[in-house]
Design a protein around this ligand. Structure first.
Ligand SMILES: NC(=O)C1=CN([C@@H]2O[C@H](COP(=O)(O)OP(=O)(O)OC[C@H]3O[C@@H](n4cnc5c(N)ncnc54)[C@H](OP(=O)(O)O)[C@@H]3O)[C@@H](O)[C@H]2O)C=CC1
Ligand SMILES: CC(C)(CO)C(=O)C(=O)O
Length: 314
């Protein structure tokens, strides 16, 4: 199915992450980006405007699509970068394009790969620990790259598709590694989002706020509860104890992202639904099933849901 010349990649749900990825991949692949018309119009008119650590300038190679009818028949890989709240809807909409194609997810949270596996035979789970934001129509910024992208076979396939996709992403100059236990990899990335995303969204503060002495104890509780639930689920996190991860969080990740705002901050500011149910809400629900108390995660999930329902603050 792979074309003889440059590989063809379809990015589904192209916003901050997806447009940035499309912009980089356009140097080594033919890239279609399924995005909202506002981005598609701007990209057709003047190209994709990129700034930050993945390069500055206008990328003209990205081909925007606004519906499945615009997708060519020869796609080699699909990469889903929609928010987790929209995974099923976008998979339904582009089901014909996904069917039979290795499909990767670079989304945060737990549960996206399970949905994608209902549409694709080969699913590649992924994590990206870099900060992306949308500055305007067809205009993205990439900051603070803290770890390489990690990709691993979630279901189906023999690893060949994974190797090919990693090769393409690496050729585009993006640091990427294979992750042998991608389920654990997704949980490992989720730890960071569980620890900082809702707090930053609620406090309207960048990631550095997690180190504030008033906040640290809450972060500590969120992380310890997540460790307990991960243990009950049999997930083998890369850190042996919650203390080991907390040391990494406060020594590496919080300093790396101190000045930037996470994706959930932008969701609340723009009145969109957040991914809370794939992060802290997921931990609270699983904790209940295992009989593990998760007061910090329950509390913060409730606060975020309240903020979603009352965007004007009342
Ligand atoms: N931003 C970041 O720094 C990082 C984000 N992530 C994760 O990556 C994923 C994407 O995040 P991010 O890029 O920030 O999110 P964005 O909201 O910026 O991008 C998603 C885009 O997909 C669009 N979209 C959704 N459904 C469709 C559809 N059916 N057709 C066309 N377009 C659609 C959305 O439009 P609309 O808003 O109108 O629905 C939006 O423009 C999330 O899971 C996030 O947690 C991971 C690492 C870092
Ligand atoms: C790593 C981080 C915090 C980068 O912004 C992220 O994953 C997010 O914003 O959701």
């Amino acid at each position: 199915m792979e074309s003889l010349q440059s590989p063809v990649i379809l990015v589904l749900g192209a916003g901050a992450v997806g447009l940035s990825l499309a912009g980089r991949l356009a140097a080594v692949a033919t890239v279609y980006a399924a995005c909202r018309p506002v981005h598609a119009d701007a990209i057709r008119e003047r190209g994709l405007l990129m700034e930050g650590v993945w390069g500055d300038g206008i990328v003209r190679g990205v081909i925007p699509v606004t519906g499945p009818a615009d997708v060519p028949p020869a796609v080699d890989f699909v990469v889903v970068t929609a928010k987790g709240t929209g995974t099923r809807a976008i998979c339904e909409e582009y089901a014909g394009a996904i069917r039979g194609r290795p499909t990767a997810s670079l989304q945060n949270g737990i549960g996206n790969e399970e949905i994608i596996a209902e549409y694709a035979d080969t699913v590649i789970g992924g994590t990206v620990t870099t900060n992306f934001s949308t500055l305007g129509a067809g205009h993205v910024r990439v900051l603070s790259e803290s770890a390489p992208m990690r990709l691993g076979v979630w279901s189906g396939g023999d690893g060949e598709a994974l190797d090919r996709l990693i090769g393409i992403i690496r050729a585009a100059g993006i640091p990427v590694e294979a992750e042998p236990d991608i389920r654990a990899g997704k949980w490992a990335k989720a730890l960071l989002n569980i620890a900082v995303n809702p707090l930053c969204a609620l406090l309207r503060a960048p990631v550095g706020v997690a180190a504030d002495e008033n906040i640290r104890e809450i972060v500590d509780g969120l992380v310890r509860e997540t460790f307990a639930v991960a243990g009950a689920e049999g997930v083998r996190l890369p850190w042996a104890t919650a203390d080991d991860y907390l040391a990494h969080l406060f020594r590496v990740q919080v300093p790396d992202f101190a000045a930037v705002y996470p994706s959930m901050y932008h969701d609340l500011r723009q009145g969109r639904r957040t991914e809370i149910d794939l992060l802290n809400g997921y931990i609270a629900a699983l904790g209940e099933r295992h009989g593990i108390a998760t007061p910090h995660n329950r509390c913060i999930s409730g606060l975020v849901r309240h903020a979603e329902a009352h965007p004007d603050g009342r």
